[in-house]
Design a protein around this ligand. Structure first.
Ligand code: MN
Length: 173
């Protein structure tokens, strides 16, 4: 059975790579957009099961993109999770009040990401024993202070099919 399709809206290439790799390794399919406009087109065309929405985007922000998704009956009911680096007190309440179904703050905790995605997709994270994370990348956006990306992965033993692949990831931007 095919995994759910998740639309990732993120303008930082390193973050996009991280989200894509983690989601695909967990068994999801991904669609990718780096702008709100691109996200609206993909959402309308494919009707993904879930949208992960960065808030700071190059065209309009994630709040406006959410508003536009909700206005179109083809995309109005798709769950949308906000992902933002604007970690300020009250953010969760503010984004949920704006209509987001959930909220993840950067640096994103991958276990929390997968738990939240699973909750909103109604799907348990699948396993892969073949995923290799060799990525220690340096985020290079000049307009946002970034600490880079580091991933450590713990592989469960091949015989332990119930174990979950563990990630410890910290990303800024
Ligand atoms: Mn961004």
């Amino acid at each position: 059975m095919a995994g759910e399709q998740i639309l990732v809206v993120e303008d930082n290439a390193k973050n996009m790579t991280l989200f894509r790799d983690v989601l695909r390794a967990t068994g999801y399919h991904t669609l990718e957009a780096s702008t709100a406009g691109g996200a609206l087109l993909l959402a309308t065309e494919h009707g993904p099961s879930l949208v992960l929405m960065d808030i700071r985007l190059p065209d309009v922000d994630g709040l406006e993109a959410l508003r536009r998704l909700r206005l179109d009956e083809r995309t109005a009911s798709i769950p949308v999770l906000a992902i933002t680096a604007q970690a300020m007190k009250g953010d969760r309440e503010r984004f949920e009040a704006a209509g987001f179904d959930g909220y993840l703050s950067k640096p994103v905790d991958i276990d929390e990401l997968l738990t939240t995605v699973e909750l909103h997709c109604g799907r348990r994270g699948a396993l892969t024993h073949h995923f290799r994370v060799g990525m220690i990348a340096q985020a290079t956006r000049s307009d946002v202070p970034c600490s880079g990306i580091e991933i450590e992965q713990t592989m469960p033993s091949a015989s332990d099919a119930s174990a979950r692949v563990g990630f410890d990831v910290r990303v800024e931007c």
